[in-house]
Ligand binder design. Structure first.
Ligand SMILES: [Zn+2]
Length: 294
């Protein structure tokens, strides 16, 4: 047996094939077709033979072995979920489990959002790897950079256009953009005036701009932030320039989006250029975000 490929390597190898076959027309990635085709070509004795939606009250999706006496695997996704972006990410995530984990988990894998809360556990690692595969497959960096330049300061609509292009949720697209942007920017997800979690770009993180939400008491957001002013804002979105002290200790631009459907608030924050700032040495802060990106 060959050395196992990493999640990013698997995604890249498949991307190369999709580029050759579909060229510029390869987005959004048709995960159902790709999973069936790739698995039957690479693993003809062990392919994915079934992909279907079902009512899975506690799970986003699952990778399940075929019944005894039959060969192959099935991918089941929760058909109660209405967001096509979330379903698409789940399909790619389960395809990742198939490529990466099926040999060690012949009984299959069931994926709930809660399971991903424990990153240190072996199970958390599996979930993380499947998410890395899905993000790389659905949103390759080279294409994303051609949509939004690494130096650009996008608004939520521009990132939303990419979410449509890749058929993923707005949050999944924003998290992906945060991984390559050269800007000091941050995504903050809040509810009822408290931060649920936040994610910073690397340049923001390195200059001390982050919220540590993991294993911490809830952080209350400033009453002057847009995120705390649901009642005052017409419609579902708004934008404001803030002085230092509203979001951390620097001025920033906040664009807010209130998601009534999911009962949380998205704030996209852009801070100023970091060229004159002293770069702090900080440890990377990891948050449990994957469940939201699904
Ligand atoms: Zn999973």
């Amino acid at each position: 047996m060959n050395k196992p490929l990493s999640p990013a390597r698997w995604a890249n190898d498949i991307t190369v094939i999709l580029k050759t076959v579909f060229g510029a027309e390869r987005f959004p990635v048709r995960v159902k077709d790709v999973a069936r085709e790739i698995s039957s070509q690479k693993f003809p004795d062990d392919p994915i033979t079934l992909i279907k939606g079902d009512s899975l009250p506690r799970f986003e999706g699952a990778l399940v072995p075929a019944p005894l006496g039959k060969k192959g695997w099935g991918i089941i996704y929760n058909s109660d979920i209405s967001s096509t972006g979330r379903i698409n990410f789940t399909l790619a995530h389960e395809f990742g489990h198939y490529l990466l984990h099926r040999v060690d988990h012949p009984q299959g894998i069931q994926c709930s959002s809660e399971d991903m809360a424990s990153w240190e556990s072996e199970y958390g690692q599996l979930e993380h790897q499947a998410n890395v595969f899905a993000a790389n497959l659905l949103m390759p960096f080279d294409d994303f950079r051609s949509q939004i330049d690494a130096k650009a300061i996008p608004d939520i609509d521009q990132i939303g256009a990419c979410a449509d292009r890749y058929e993923v949720s707005l949050i999944a697209a924003t998290l992906r953009w945060l991984q390559y942007t050269q800007r000091r920017s941050m995504l903050v997800i809040s509810r009822d005036g408290f931060i649920l979690w936040a994610r910073s770009s690397e340049p923001a993180l390195k200059t001390g701009l982050y919220f540590r939400t993991r294993n911490q008491p809830p952080i209350e957001i400033s009453s002057s932030s847009l995120a705390a002013q649901r009642g005052e804002i017409d419609g579902h979105s708004g934008r404001a320039e803030h002085d230092p002290g509203i979001w951390l200790n620097e001025p920033c631009t906040e664009q807010v989006l209130f998601s009534d459907q999911y009962d949380f608030t998205i704030s996209l924050l852009h801070f100023g250029d970091s060229s004159t700032r002293f770069e702090l040495d900080t440890e990377p802060v990891e948050d449990v975000v994957d469940k939201f990106s699904r």
